[in-house]
Design a protein around this ligand. Structure first.
Ligand code: NDP
Length: 263
């Protein structure tokens, strides 16, 4: 039996154990996936190695700790500076980041969409921005405060503070802020969002499991909208492929992982 886990703090809410165990049993593979609450990031590497896992996913707030702990880092994760998936082999940690690829995989007509406005400049914005950049998409990253935008500017993205955001039409408007996660807040003022939405083909909120004010506003305008559920499932599917080395069962893995949401 091979053991896997998701590591974070808090960790009780995580859907990852249900998703991965559903895929292990659906595909009749010998694997078990649990959850591990890490109090803090001290001795991250030593503590992860001590769990004797074959692989793990890393969630808030340890993705940067994981990045510093890995011996080998995949090229996309290297740009992002954060890790959400680790494979452990012979005492070595190999790191990946599947969040942005999970986002891209969740948009069926991605090929027809060229311009993206990402609201927010945190961890999810980084992974989404680099995955879109790798596909040749034009990305503008806008954030409430200026500080976090420097990283994106240095990486060659167009950036703007919310305050200086000029109206321009984007195919996709993405909320990658945590506005709306635990409240009814919008990331930007309604009067700023409305013209952005009316020029968009898709409105995407990375938050999942609730009808955010952002998504409700998209409904008001009548523009296509999507929440973060498929991004979550797809990052899990891609991590599962890395853990198991199975590359030709993506749709089956996804089908089994989606069952986690029936509970
Ligand atoms: P971070 O903490 O790394 O970044 C948070 C970002 O949100 C910052 O840019 C911050 O701006 C901005 N922000 C926070 N509150 C507000 C507000 N009230 N108004 C405007 N901007 C605000 O978070 P993550 O990038 O890790 O996560 C962001 C969201 O994405 C969360 O809701 C999370 O649940 C979701 N997520 C979903 C995933 C999925 O698989 N579906 C995966 C990862 C994340 P500032 O710099 O000014 O503070």
């Amino acid at each position: 039996m091979r053991y896997f886990a998701v590591i974070g703090n808090p960790i009780n809410h995580s859907k990852s154990p249900l998703m991965h165990n559903s895929a292990f049993s659906g595909l009749r593979l010998d694997g078990h996936y649990g959850r591990y609450l890490l109090e803090d990031g001290d001795d991250f590497r030593k503590r992860v190695l001590g769990l004797k896992l074959s692989g793990c996913n890393i969630t808030l707030p340890f993705k940067e700790y994981a990045f510093r702990a890995c011996d080998e880092i995949d090229s996309l994760a290297l740009k992002i500076g954060a890790i959400n998936t680790i494979v452990l082999e012979n005492g070595q940690l190999k790191g990946f980041n599947t969040d942005g690829e999970g986002f891209c995989e969740s948009i069926q007509n991605l090929r027809d969409l060229d311009t993206f406005l990402i609201l927010g400049a945190g961890g999810s914005a980084k992974s989404i921005a680099f995955s879109l950049q790798a596909r040749g998409k034009r990305v503008l990253v806008a954030n409430r405060s200026e500080e976090r935008l420097l990283f994106f500017k240095d990486a060659g993205f167009d950036v703007s503070t919310f305050e200086n955001l000029k109206y321009e039409s984007f195919d996709v408007v993405v909320n990658s802020t945590s506005a709306g996660l635990n409240d009814e807040a919008l990331p930007l003022k309604r009067e700023v969002i409305l013209p952005l939405f009316s020029g968009a083909k898709l409105v995407y909120d990375c938050i999942y499991g609730k009808e955010t004010s952002f998504l409700k506003l998209a409904d008001e305008i009548g523009v296509d909208r999507k929440d973060g559920k498929e991004m979550l499932v797809n990052q899990g599917v891609l991590a599962f492929e890395i853990f198991t080395n199975i590359k030709d069962r993506r749709e089956s893995i996804k089908k089994y992982m989606l069952r986690a949401f029936d509970f």
